[in-house]
Structure formats: C-alpha cells, structure tokens
Design a binder for this molecule. Structure first.
Ligand code: TXA
Ligand code: MG
Length: 318
C-alpha cells in the first residue's frame, strides 16, 4: 500500500561529507532531497525513477503538465540524455557549469522517466556550478530532476529556511549551504540552427547568448507557442498583493527599494542589478512575513539581469 500524502519530520543538515552521504542514500531509495544550487534551492530526485519524480510533484503540489529540469554532473552525462547540435555545444562550452538550462531533443535511450519531460520530445538540461548539487549527482550516480524547492506557485527559496517554511513535513532532508549566490532561477534557452529561443530570462542574459553564438535571440511573445510551460502568469507569488514601480510606501505597504531611497528593505543601495537579483526572493519572503498588508517594489531597470528581475516581479504581482 502506498500513502498518498506522507508527512515526514524534516531535517536540515549543514552540507558536508556526512550530510552528502545521507542525501545520496535517500536519492537512491527514490526520495526527494532539497539541495542548494547557485540559483535557488532545488528539490532533487532520481530523474530515471518515475516514483521518485512523482514524489517531487506531490511534495510541491505541482501540476504534472509542467516538466522538470534535469541536472547533470558533466557533459558526458548530458550527452547521454539529449542530442547536442553545434549551437548547443557552443552554449554548453561557454556557460556550463552555470545558470543556463538548455532545452534539447531528448534521446530515445535516455532512460529518463517520462514524467520528467511531461510527454515533450525535449528535455531541459542544466550543469550547475554549485558543488553540493554536483557532488550529490556524482555520489548518487543519477541525473537529478529538480524544480525549485517550494510549494508550486510560491516564492523560490534562496536559503534553507525558505525551504523549511515551504516544505516542512514534505521532505526528509534539506542540505543547508547558506544563501545562494545568483538568487534567480537559471536562464532557459532552446538553441536552434539559426537562432536561440529565450524561454525564461535569468542570470545568463539575452546579450550574453547572442554574443556566445552570433545568432539572434528570440524573447517573450515571439516564443508564445513554446514558452516554458511553467512560466505561468502568476508565479513566485507572495500571499499579499504586490504593487510595482513604487517610489514611496503607502501607510499599509512594506517597500522593497532599489538604489538610494527611503524603504523598509533595499535590494541594492548601490543600484547593482546582480546584487538585487541575489537579494530579491529573500526580500519578498521578508516582506510577506512582515506586519504590512501589502508589498510595494521600487522600479528596477530592465537592462542585463534586470530583465529577469522584472520577469519575476511581474509574475509576483499578477
Ligand atoms: O535555476 C533553476 O533552474 C532551478 C534550480 C533548482 O536548478 N530550477 C528551476 O526549476 O527553476 P523549475 O521547475 O522551477 O522551473 C523549470 C522550468 C519550468 O518553467 C518548466 O516549464 C521549464 O523549466 N521546462 C522544463 N522542461 C522543459 C522543456 N522540455 N521545454 C520547455 N520548458 C521546459
Ligand atoms: Mg519554480
């Protein structure tokens, strides 16, 4: 008999050899484990085991039409799962390990659970830079499917305590390795022969993709039909209303600032977009937990990684 909605006592362990061994044992037993990457914490499970992948969907309350990113430890593992065109090779060489996910044709002999791709002929692959995720893939010997480690639709976790607040009782183990460095989910791109489709803006910007390939990068509504299915209009959503482009706080608002300005918390007093990206989700978590009834956010310039920040804010406010 299987228990539909099991609850566990959730343990948070500082990342290290001992915790890693424990995590790998859980992965091999078909259980999800929360693990840091350089972008956000992921809820990882064996991508070749349908029961394990189903456990991710159930812990997150995620709709099963929304496919997962598969994380690999090296290029050889990536090549065993998907077909790499020359443009894909170019992007992998330039940006891996790092915060870029490539959507590529899945190989017939990949061994991946069909739940991972949600029936699509493509798979989203990422070679992360963070040692915890890479070591866990190596130690468990499996490619790991991992969405962000939060309840579906809510704010992504950039710290172990964000994971605990969202998934307490839904996961046995959280590997804690402090705040993540990028703070925003990976860029998702689908390389084609003559262009690159940008499916989700992230730390690797459109300009960087263009520079690396010499090809035009299609963004936003040009991709309407094959936009990442998880890019729902409302996402990353706090429990409170969010007002964007706010220059000052109303009396019932918690204001998240940018650059020198009066506010309750500042993403980057020096107006540094990378710093703002790294702090964004933690600020939303804090604003959500504050006594204020509503959240307001200062205008963020849309250049560079600002495009990804504005993408997340638009969905948080939707
Ligand atoms: O930074 C990240 O990418 C984090 C860390 C944990 O690696 N992961 C992450 O996963 O953000 P998740 O599940 O929250 O977002 C995955 C996105 C979804 O929007 C999904 O629809 C899209 O990737 N996706 C997955 N497979 C796809 C495919 N074959 N084609 C198009 N989009 C795909
Ligand atoms: Mg997510």
């Amino acid at each position: 008999m299987t228990i539909a909605n099991p609850t566990y006592s959730t343990k948070s362990s500082r990342y290290g050899a001992e915790a890693l061994r424990e995590a790998a044992l859980l992965i091999r037993a078909g259980e999800p484990v929360a693990v840091p990457t350089e972008t956000v914490y992921g809820l990882a499970a064996d991508a070749t085991d349908s029961h394990a992948v189903a456990a991710i969907y159930s812990a997150k309350g995620r709709p099963s039409f929304n496919p997962l990113i598969v994380h690999v430890a090296d290029l050889a593992m990536a090549r065993s799962l998907a077909d790499f065109s020359s443009v894909a090779e170019m992007l992998a060489t330039r940006f891996w390990p790092g915060p870029l996910t490539l959507v590529l044709p899945v190989r017939a002999d990949s061994g991946l659970s069909p739940l991972v791709t949600a029936g699509l002929p493509t798979v989203a692959l990422r070679l992360p830079a963070h040692p915890a995720m890479r070591s866990l893939i190596r130690e468990s010997g499996r490619p790991l499917a991992a969405p962000s480690a939060n309840r579906s639709g809510s704010i992504s976790p950039t710290r172990a305590d964000h994971v605990l607040a969202s998934l307490n009782g839904k996961v046995r183990l959280i590997l804690d390795e402090g705040p993540t460095s990028e703070g925003l989910e990976s860029t998702i791109a689908a390389p084609e022969a003559d262009r690159v489709r940008l499916l989700r803006p992230g730390p690797v910007t459109a300009a960087m993709l263009e520079e690396a390939t010499g090809l035009p990068v299609m963004t936003g509504k040009d991709n309407a039909k094959i936009e990442a299915p998880g890019q729902l209009e409302s996402h990353y959503a706090p429990s409170k209303p969010v007002r964007l482009n706010a220059l000052r706080a109303e009396s019932d608002e918690y204001l998240i600032g940018f650059g020198l300005m009066p506010c309750h918390i500042n993403l980057s007093p020096e107006a540094d977009l990378r710093e703002a990206g790294a702090n964004l989700f933690a600020a939303l978590h804090i604003a959500d937990a504050s006594a204020a009834a509503r959240i307001a956010v200062a205008p963020i310039p849309a250049e560079g990684i600002g495009a990804a920040i504005n993408d997340r804010l638009k969905r948080a406010a939707a």
